[in-house]
Design a protein around this ligand. Structure first.
Ligand code: GAR
Length: 192
């Protein structure tokens, strides 16, 4: 079974969707950089091991990511799925998981990268926005795009309303894309 590590910093609704809709993979471990994040309660409920690794406990991003990498090796993780992980991924993890770190972002990249993508779309009076799943590279939301889904912003929708529609879409798309990537890899290897 393919083993996924989910990285999250906050609420964790995508973590939960990835766990609940798992097909061809299992979520082996949660890595969280915030000790009070709600996602930790979700992990407990699903009996998934979780580790709080705070950036401030380490002198450098290299040491921080080496601590994470140690855990990923223990769980023999194959893929990393960032799900509301609000940090830039550095070279230690990028080199250890080349083209195997996924991210979900609440806009149609390259539009509205970085923080507050939904707020940016609303401030721009956008009629549509959406969801992007992409590989992580060393830039901010610049990695190769794997899948996108468009969401309409109807007149009168506030940020909360747009977020609700976007998240509904995320919870369907992210598990689907992870499963599809694994199936494609299995087909290539002939190990279906
Ligand atoms: C998600 O909407 C995700 O797209 C976004 O954070 C939210 C996390 O929600 N990610 C980013 O903005 C990354 N730049 P969740 O904690 O409920 O899964």
């Amino acid at each position: 079974m393919v083993k996924i590590a989910v990285f999250a910093s906050g609420n964790g609704s995508n973590f939960e969707a990835i766990v609940e809709k798992k097909q061809r993979y299992e979520v082996s471990v949660l890595i969280c950089d915030q000790k009070n994040a709600f996602v930790l309660y979700r992990a407990k409920r699903f009996l998934i091991p979780s580790y709080v690794i705070e950036r401030t406990a380490y002198r450098s991003i290299v040491e921080y990511e080496e601590a994470i990498l140690k855990i990923l090796k223990i769980y023999q993780v194959d893929w990393i799925a960032l799900a509301g992980y609000m940090r830039i991924v550095g070279s230690i993890l990028l080199n250890a998981f080349p083209q195997r770190i996924l991210n979900i972002h609440p806009s149609l990249l390259p539009l509205y990268p970085g923080k507050d993508a939904i707020g940016q779309a609303i401030a721009n009076n956008a009629k549509t926005t959406g969801v992007t799943i992409h590989y992580i590279d060393s830039g901010i939301d610049t990695g190769k795009i794997i899948a996108q889904a468009e969401v309409n912003i109807e007149p009168g929708m506030d940020e909360e309303a747009v977020r609700a529609v976007i998240q509904k879409c995320e919870h369907i798309l992210y598990p689907q894309v992870i499963t599809k990537l694994i199936e494609e890899e299995n087909n290539e290897k002939g190990t279906n």
